[in-house]
Each structure stands twice: as structure tokens, then as C-alpha cells.
Design a protein around this ligand. Sequence first.
Ligand SMILES: [Zn+2]
Length: 253
Amino acid sequence: MKWVIKSNIKMGVFPVLEVIAPRLNLHFASRTGGVSPPPFDSLNLGIDLGDTDGNVNQNRNILLKALDISNDNLATGEQIHSSNIKIINKGGRYKKCDGLITEREGLSLTISTADCYPVIIYSPPENVLAAIHVGRKGAVKGIISKTLNILINKFLINPEYTISVIGPGICWRCYRVNKEIAAQFDMGIIKKRRGKLHLDLALFIKNELKRGGIKQKNIFKSGICTSCSPDMCFSYRRDGYRTGRHWTVATIK
Ligand SMILES: [Zn+2]
């Protein structure tokens, strides 16, 4: 992932996509370039976190303008740490889901995060796009395999040609877990650091994508840990309850 500046916002982009998936427009908007004061500084896009609705709306408008997206074409999910996925063809706020799938051009799918991983799955031949919110709970509930099953069975994608992007999220070094949580994952996903158990959620996601048939060479990772990057990212683990949320925005051109 490379940082570029668009209208004062530092955004993460994947230059390789321009070559292998030219119709996919993907941006990770960092916490920069917005109007919110600390601890939501500055481009907080999450509501009901303690920031004012006025600030959040202003930040959303700043981002939409920077990406040239109209509010009507913006789709967000409620994100309840479920494995619920919705197939959509218009903008709006979709309740009780953590994954959105569309084949509609110009519809922007957003994933809101602060440590959880935004995961994008896109198949160029069929031009179908999925955006999913993957935290520990949704991962265990199988949101990645469920999404891939829908793409394969309903949209008839061939995972061999499908690409996937794992956006910024918490790295395993920053993600200490207790024994009960560790027991939900295979041994390779749980790592030991200074005698404590840590969860490698990014590795779990990558393994799930590969298990679903996506080739290793078609899986791209941002390499950015939200908790290790205080200048660019919000982190629930690092900052506690009072922190913002940033968006990953994916659109079929
Ligand atoms: Zn980290």
C-alpha cells in the first residue's frame, strides 16, 4: 500500500490494482484531513462514539468530495461482528450486516474500522465486488468463507482469477488475547510473545482466502498495523473506547 494525498487526506492505495483490476477503485482513508478534535482527530467517520454528529457529517462530506462520490451512491453496513452479508444495488445504511456485495458500477461500499480488518474481494471477469468487516468474532463465524461461497455460487466467479485486499488492521504483536479466545483458533494463528498469547488475525484472513481458492499471488496486504500507526490510524486497542473510525471505500468504476 502506498500513501497518496487527496484533498488533504492521506489515503492508502494499491498501485498494482491499476494493472490487474483497472475497474476497481479502492482507497483506505486515514485519520488525517478532517475536522474532529482529539481524541477523534481528525477524520473520524464513526457515529455514536462521543464525537459530534456535526463533525462526523462534515468529515464524511470531506471524504466523499475527495473521492468524488455522491451520498446516494454510498453504502454502509451496521457492522455488528456478524457473518451476515447483503447483496445490494443501491446506496444506504444496511442494518445487521458486516459484508456487502455488489455488481453495480459506481456504488461505493464502505467498511468502517479501528483495528478490525477491512477485506475487499473483487473478481475482474465478472466485475463483482465484496467488502467485508472482519474482526475476531466475524472471522470465527466464517464471514470470509460465506462471502466466497456467495460469490462462487450466485455470481459464478472463478476464485482463481479473483483478487483480494486485506487493509490496515491490528498486527499480531499488538493483539494479545486470553486462553478462551486463543482456543477458538488453530495453533498457527496464535503466537507467543513474552509468554503471552497473541492472535494473528491477518494470517487467519489470508488462510481463509486461500482455502476458498484465491491464489497467494492475488492476495494483497497493506502492511499497516492500526495500533502501531498512531499518526495515520485509529486503534480501539491502543486508545480505548474514545477513538474514531476510518473507512475503506471500494467502488467498481
Ligand atoms: Zn501493531
